[in-house]
Ligand binder design. Structure first.
Ligand code: C2E
Ligand code: MG
Ligand code: MG
Ligand code: MG
Length: 291
């Protein structure tokens, strides 16, 4: 592990917050205990249908409440977790929590879906498809309720191996999304032949599309391209209503962002749902066509 860290310098690490380089090693060893010590939290950011505004589900996002440093955001520890291999444990934790939350929502009559983010190592884990199948079965869920988000980068590390895992997941009926689309370097030719259903446009293109014509045209072309390939398009980073309406006009299918809802603890999701559907005059009984 030490040699791996020496070989990989600190460039992956954003020092903009309180944690500096000297604290990195402590952080890594703290992270190993975070799961056992119950320091991880499941946050959920809602996802809606852009044209009807109906809530569809959410994205599962991890938070780490460190005993000394307080809340730490994933960008500050996912890269280390990936480097050291702890990511596999985090992914297992997240998948289990997402399934528990889905089972809870189902009990409340909310048939929604949750999307979990996968990393490079997860896509090289040949056991992952069976592990997910077991988790779903243990929680009485079908493959319809769980979505998986993968980035172009995580596919490129070992494309052949990743493709085997991805094909197995798709064959199980799991819905797969390419996350942060537009920020990676993968070729469209490669992405096109993968069994994915969804393209998520990175928030950097969406956030300012109401003010920046260049961003807006990138978003428009991406939506058209995705639709031509038969994919569902999701925009992330919708921060105001203007952007939401602009996306609806462009035919974007789904969206998420601070205007709709920030990532929130699981227990707040049904409160958000009631308020959002009320504001937008939508029947609270969602997901009749689901499960
Ligand atoms: P992502 O998958 O692209 O997740 C969306 C990120 O955008 C989230 O940041 C969310 O809070 C943020 N976001 C959403 N809407 C807006 C908006 O309107 N404006 C702005 N400025 N930001 C918005 P978060 O939760 O900090 O997550 C960052 C990244 O960490 C995620 O990016 C994802 O790649 C990774 N991540 C989070 N949870 C997990 C996990 O459980 N496993 C893995 N492997 N990665 C995770
Ligand atoms: Mg994501
Ligand atoms: Mg994303
Ligand atoms: Mg993103």
């Amino acid at each position: 592990q030490e040699s791996r860290l020496k070989k990989t310098p600190w460039i992956v690490y954003n020092t903009s917050l309180e944690i500096d380089q000297s604290e990195t090693l402590t952080l890594i060893s703290d992270l190993k205990e975070a799961i056992q010590q119950n320091q991880l939290l499941l946050y959920i950011q809602p996802k809606v249908d852009v044209s009807t505004r109906r809530a569809l589900g959410g994205e599962a996002l991890i938070r780490w409440v460190h005993p000394q440093k307080g809340m730490i955001f994933p960008d500050q520890f996912i890269p280390f977790a990936e480097q050291t291999g702890i990511i596999s444990d985090l992914t297992q934790w997240m998948l289990r929590r997402a399934c528990e939350a889905l089972a809870d929502f189902k009990k409340q009559g909310l048939h929604i879906s949750l999307a979990v983010n996968l990393s490079t190592r997860d896509l090289n884990n040949m056991e992952l498809p069976q592990q997910i199948a077991d988790l779903l079965a243990a929680h009485g869920l079908t493959t319809k309720s769980l979505k998986l988000e993968i980035t172009e980068g995580s596919l490129m590390q070992d494309p052949e191996r990743a493709e085997i895992v991805v094909r197995k997941l798709a064959a199980m009926g799991l819905h797969l999304a390419i996350d942060d689309f537009g920020t990676g370097y993968s070729s469209l030719a490669y992405l096109r032949q993968l069994p994915v259903q969804e393209l998520k446009i990175d928030r950097s293109f969406v956030m300012f599309m109401d003010k920046n014509a260049g961003d807006a045209s990138i978003v428009k072309s991406t939506i058209d391209l995705a639709h031509n390939l038969g994919l569902i398009v999701v925009a992330e980073g919708i921060e105001n209503e203007l952007v939401l309406n602009q996306l609806a006009k462009l035919g974007c299918n789904e969206g998420q962002g601070y205007f709709i809802g920030k990532p929130m603890p699981e227990k707040d999701f049904s409160i958000w749902l009631e308020r959002w559907q009320g504001q937008n005059d939508i029947d609270i009984d969602i997901g009749d066509d689901f499960n």
